[in-house]
Design a protein around this ligand. Structure first.
Ligand SMILES: NC(=O)c1ccc[n+]([C@@H]2O[C@H](COP(=O)([O-])OP(=O)(O)OC[C@H]3O[C@@H](n4cnc5c(N)ncnc54)[C@H](OP(=O)(O)O)[C@@H]3O)[C@@H](O)[C@H]2O)c1
Length: 256
């Protein structure tokens, strides 16, 4: 992380998709800033390893196995978090992604459903499970991971259900902000541009990464830490007046 100091002492942060990528790094940063962190993911091995790494560095972290597309699994995970910590201060909905770039009319129905469930239904289910705690506390932060793909629909940019689901995540962010803002809960999103997570660096060739980088004003794709700072800032007291916004963190690839 950078040099900015955040203080989340005494707070509980729950992050989905936290076994890898942006949420894994954000989990470590929240723990470093004093939060007790619950890492939710479907990948038990990587999730336990991520939580173990944080604990080894002196932070407080627990892995909770969960499929964020299944209500029973989500409800069980949040019950466990609440039984353990008694509160949730920050929810980061980061589980998501896509696999196939193809035309809308070539997309199989099952692929559509799978990607929409992973990127959109997951946010609905996790927000629904966490909201009773936020309402009890009269405080909380929700930070959703949208995407530059949900802000624009350039031909062949990524998968159609992913583009549609991420646009809906931005919309759901505004809706939730309107519902919960008066209850002391701020809901915002970030829309990352292409970010050098392990999945991206494996899936893309060096040439593709250079090409995407060249399409930004910054001249490079994002590093994971370019996203982590925004996530922590959206959970910090200084951003408490920001409601229902999607911050487009894409190096100027798309200016909105
Ligand atoms: N990286 C980028 O370039 C980029 C750009 C724009 C937006 N985003 C968005 O930012 C978020 C984080 O991206 P990332 O690149 O950090 O992701 P990532 O490294 O692929 O990590 C996603 C994590 O979510 C887990 N997961 C998948 N399905 C799940 C399920 N049903 N229940 C619980 N966990 C599940 C994955 O496990 P498995 O590994 O087992 O699948 C993985 O550990 C995503 O929403 C993504 O769409 C990323």
């Amino acid at each position: 992380m950078g040099k900015t100091k955040f203080d989340f002492s005494g707070q509980t942060a729950v992050l989905t998709g936290a076994a890898s990528g942006i949420a894994r790094a954000a989990s470590a940063a929240f723990a470093e800033a004093g939060a007790t962190v619950y890492l939710i993911d479907i990948d038990e091995e990587k999730g336990e390893a991520a939580a173990g790494e944080i604990r080894a560095g002196g932070g407080q972290a627990h892995f909770v196995h969960c499929d964020v597309t299944e209500s029973k699994s989500v409800n069980g995970a949040f019950q466990r978090v609440l039984a353990d910590s008694g509160r949730i201060d920050v929810l980061v909905n980061s589980a998501g992604g896509w696999t196939k770039k193809q035309a809308t009319w070539e997309t199989p129905e099952e692929e559509w459903d799978r990607i929409v469930e992973l990127n959109l239904k997951s946010v609905f289910l996790c927000c629904k499970a966490a909201t009773p705690a936020f309402l009890r506390q009269k405080s909380g932060r929700i930070i959703n991971l949208g995407s530059v793909a949900g802000l624009t629909a350039a031909k062949g940019a990524s998968s159609p259900p992913y583009i549609a689901a991420k646009a809906a995540v931005h919309s759901l962010t505004r809706l939730l902000a309107g519902e919960l803002g008066g209850e002391g809960v701020a809901v915002n999103a970030i829309a990352p541009g292409t970010t050098a997570t392990e999945r991206v660096t494996i899936a893309r060739t060096d040439e593709e990464i250079a090409q995407i980088g060249a399409s930004t004003v910054a001249g490079r794709i994002a590093e994971v830490d370019d996203m982590v700072g925004w996530i922590l800032f959206l959970a910090a007291p200084e951003s408490g007046y920001l409601m229902g916004q999607t911050i487009a963190v894409n190096g100027g690839r798309l200016m909105v």
